[in-house]
Design a protein around this ligand. Sequence first.
Ligand code: PLP
Length: 385
Amino acid sequence: MSEKAPPYRLRLPGPTAVPEGIRVALAHPVVAHRGPEFADVMTEMSSLAKTVFGTQNEVMAFASSGTGLTEAAIANVLGPKDVGLILVDGQFGEKLVQIAQALNLQADTLEVPWGESVAADSVKDKLATRNYRAVFAVHNESSTGAVADLAAIGEAVRASDALLVVDSVSGVGGLELKQDAWGVDVVVTASQKALMCPPGLALASVSDKAWSVIERDCGQARFYWDLRRAREAAAKGQTTFTSPIPLVYGMREALRMIHAEGWSNVLARHRRLSAALRAGGEALGLPAFARARALSPTVCVLAMPEGLDGSAVVRHLYREYGTVIAGSRSKLQGKVIRIGTMGTISEADILTDLDHLEKTLRDLEWKVEPGAGEAAVSAALEAAA
Ligand code: PLP
């Protein structure tokens, strides 16, 4: 990275800033990945992770980014004779389609305009038309800021033989998930988002219903990504191949932090701060992009008004104020900006975001009412205090 003089504010929707306590944990001396010391760390990490997944299943760890483990989930559930149903309401839903295509697997799609989310009733209707092996959904569509109604979708899928497989890469750790209660069969997430760690560790949890599908020999090639072997290794507090040892120490610390703050407090903080940031954006003339029934507490996706280029806003925020946010690498490029509201963020972060955003808009000669954003943030924070 070409270092920029401080302040460098990492405000992406992942990777997110890594808190000091986790950085210290990451520096733990490397131990044997098949030894008892590491098994203890893995076992504690997996046990603490159950809370944020909302599950009693084992939470398994993998050296991978989120996409790798998502590919694994698809390859373990769908065989060459199976058909999947992929819910698409944004870039990461499209990514699921691309993965299935790359693996030569068959999948239908259920699509809605970006910014909305697929209704559970449409899933139910679609399931009645064909014998689907699994439904694939994105919990928190980071490209649009829409949240899927997993409770209702889970209810629709549970009534069928199909599995529900969910990418919660940008959800787990900052967005409510009740895997067992909602009937979600496979959940995949990654370390670098609401779980506050560096990239490189992915986590998955699998229901008994899903294991009965994964355990069969479906004819789909799998080796590194064979979840059957991962399950055996996890039972011993290990991973199938060499573990990303420092990241597992880091993840244990991240989960200890979440438990120390209190899981419901963590969720409430994410909801409150994301709502405040959206209120501030709206007051500056940048409303939330999504029109879904639930907006993301972990990423704020703000729509650009006609004539204002989101990429220019992203560039200026970084160059002039050291605030690093994301634009879009999809058909929304230039039309939205995306700011992470996950991890250790505080009120001060949100207020600084708004201050820098307002200054940026003014620098770009975009008309804004001075102080409007910060006033809206403060009012929203107070109302939700
Ligand atoms: N799914 C969602 C919802 C995401 O937000 C991302 C990353 O932004 C991914 C998948 C891809 O994850 P990774 O970059 O860890 O492979």
